[in-house]
Ligand binder design. Structure first.
Ligand SMILES: Cc1cc2nc3c(=O)[nH]c(=O)nc-3n(C[C@H](O)[C@H](O)[C@H](O)COP(=O)(O)OP(=O)(O)OC[C@H]3O[C@@H](n4cnc5c(N)ncnc54)[C@H](O)[C@@H]3O)c2cc1C
Length: 361
């Protein structure tokens, strides 16, 4: 039986393990954290990623998710830039990260062994296989070890690595009774967004321009429009992540018998809400490429040809949206908000009207 080691048990790694299991591989997942799990925040899952999870046999994602409501775009004082309207565009579902992670690992069968508290430090390969930490061996290694991937550094030491975006992100979950459908509010180099989870709690996130490594907390948003102050007041644990991406494209995503997946290959800023979704799609594509033929090298070449252009495009788009969203200059902000308002109106006019069926009776 073919053997694989997946390094990292984030959403990308655990999906890759399920994908390889489905292809009939024996899989070992190595995770440095003492336990499997995810952070306490929400996550948007786009239809393409939901479809991959369903193909891999991961059940119940839609059932455990809230369908995103039409979202408005506002200014900090509550004035509307783009009104909430059903624009007929594709929208993601919202789920708690830990729940998504649990749904994926629930599909781990006997072909998957998990070793937590295991830190990968070294990797080497020859024609017959890959060796990790001079002790574990497999036919294939999937590097799903995140934006600061040790494996990527070992394979491509000259690669520039993560680049700071200029802003930090705060996230939290709050229990607040509100009828507000959510959306995003854009201020001066600051943004705040929120959406409902299926259990009625609200997942919120906020971004603020500041040097890396600082923490001023989300207090700057506490005089923004309702229900933002209430959301902040009702949040117990606030997560903070300085936002980095791999804006210099990594080329290629595969090296011999080692394949990079998820943030290890293409970490993107969270502006499109697609980083984890792209990792899930990587895992689906890897399984498909492996199933197409027994030649591992050809399969990994197909994976690279399919996933690298798609992911590289998203990294670039996501960074551009972040740049526009984090603008501080008042003139540019006014032009930006005006253009978004006009674009929103245009889209709602173009939206095909619902067909009214004539009843005979
Ligand atoms: C604020 C914010 C909001 C976001 N919102 C969304 C969203 O709504 N939708 C979306 O799709 N994406 C979103 N993302 C992006 C998403 O979180 C990431 O793209 C995704 O989690 C990456 O998954 P991964 O498995 O590739 O990497 P990670 O989640 O980083 O997992 C890597 C794992 O590898 C382990 N590891 C690392 N090094 C080693 C080692 N040497 N040995 C063993 N184990 C190791 C780590 O402990 C970790 O568990 C957001 C990101 C941020 C910061």
């Amino acid at each position: 039986m073919n053997t694989a080691i997946v390094v990292g048990a984030g959403i990308g790694g655990v999906t890759a393990a399920v994908a390889l299991q489905q292809c009939g591989w024996q899989v070992t997942v190595l995770e440095r954290a003492p336990e499997l799990g995810e952070v306490g925040a929400g996550i948007s899952v786009w239809p393409s990623a939901v479809a991959v999870l369903e193909q891999l046999g991961v059940k119940g994602v839609e059932k455990a998710s809230a369908v995103s409501a039409p979202a408005s775009m506002r200014r900090p004082d509550g004035r509307v830039i783009v009104a909430a309207a059903d624009l007929g565009v594709e929208v993601p579902v919202m789920i708690h990260r830990a729940q998504l992670h649990d749904l994926i690992t629930a599909e781990f069968g006997p072909a998957i062994t998990v070793r937590t508290g295991y830190q990968v430090r070294t990797i080497s390969q020859d024609d017959a296989g890959v060796t990790i930490n001079d002790e574990l061996r497999a036919d294939l290694v999937v590097a799903a070890d995140g934006i600061r991937s040790v494996i990527r550094s070992a394979l491509v030491p000259a690669y520039e690595g993560p680049r700071y975006s200029g802003y930090t992100a705060y996230r939290g979950i709050a229990e607040v009774a509100t009828t507000d459908g959510g959306g995003e509010t854009w201020g001066k180099g600051e943004r705040f967004g929120f959406a409902r989870l299926i259990d009625g709690r609200i997942y919120w996130y906020a971004t603020a321009n500041q040097p890396a490594g600082q923490s001023s907390g989300p207090d700057a948003f506490s005089d923004w429009h309702d229900p933002i102050p209430a959301l902040l007041a009702a949040t117990k644990d606030v997560l903070q992540n300085d936002i980095y991406d791999l804006s210099v494209p990594l080329v290629p995503f595969t090296h011999g018998r080692i394949v990079l997946l998820g943030d290890a290959a293409h970490a993107m800023t969270p502006n499109l809400g697609r980083g984890a979704c792209t990792a899930i799609e990587d895992a689906g594509a890897l399984a498909r490429c492996l199933e197409e033929g027994p030649d591992l090298s050809a399969a990994l070449t197909r994976y690279d040809a399919e996933r690298r252009p798609a992911a590289t495009k998203l990294v670039k788009r996501s960074r551009s949206i972040g740049r526009v969203g984090q603008v501080e200059n008042p003139v540019i902000r006014a032009i930006r908000d005006g253009l978004f308002g006009f674009g929103g109106k245009l889209m709602s006019l173009r939206r095909p009207k619902a067909q009214v069926k004539q009843s005979r009776a």
